[in-house]
Design a protein around this ligand. Sequence first.
Ligand code: CA
Ligand code: CA
Ligand code: CA
Length: 277
Amino acid sequence: MDKNYFSTILLSLTLAFSHASLATSISNFNDWGINTSDLSSSHSGVHSIEEDQHSNYLNPGYGGQEYDAEAIYTTWDNDYLYVGIMTGRLQNPTTGWAPGDIAFDLGSDNSYEFGLVTSSAAGSNASTAGIGNPGEFYIVSEWNYGVWDENGNHVGVNSPLVDINHPTSVKTGALSGSAANFTYSALKENGTWLSYGNWSDDKHYFISAKIDLDLFLETGDTLEGGFSIHWAANCNNDWLLLDVPAQPTTVSEPVSLSLMSLGLLGLGLHRRIQKRK
Ligand SMILES: [Ca+2]
Ligand SMILES: [Ca+2]
Ligand SMILES: [Ca+2]
């Protein structure tokens, strides 16, 4: 094998966005390891945030369980980012606000570069409907934002005062692919609602997606530097934000150190070969 090529491969390996603790691929709700009585539980290696509410007032809006954003989960392996959202909002409501899209902010700097479409064109509030079809992944140029300002004041649809730190659905953007696996399921078994969370008679829905890591490379930002995942219904009556801190870029210390040394050795060889030319 060509030495330059070999050294390039070694350096790439040391920079891989890898996660040591997730052993198997996630393809449905059961794979997340969530305990029925505790939405904040999940397998190790999963980052999550939970806010299971029940009363009519959420924050900053109203609507109770139907509009409750309850939990966000994420983890990854070498090829895919996995995202799970728990909510009281059904996928295709015929009245009221549609579920929003899943927004990704690389760098956690309040600029949301990517959106995964859930079903934001459903519901009866067409003026806040998003574009696209469930499971489609967009590089977003413009978001919709619901009806609240950043102080929790009701400002209405398409107001210039809306809270732009909490995007709801993809308004315009470029379609760059689709989730490898997208589901939006009612948590039922044999027609009976499964009991999850703090209130046993609540209905819960679960959005699960598996997204090729390559789809996040389009803007020059990286997931390694930390990222955030945001979800709300199109009204933004209740939003959830999961911040994932910057990740170590190595698998384990001894392995990475030896790979790094080999990589540097490779670089040295590369330079020497270039000098000779
Ligand atoms: Ca709830
Ligand atoms: Ca909530
Ligand atoms: Ca960003």
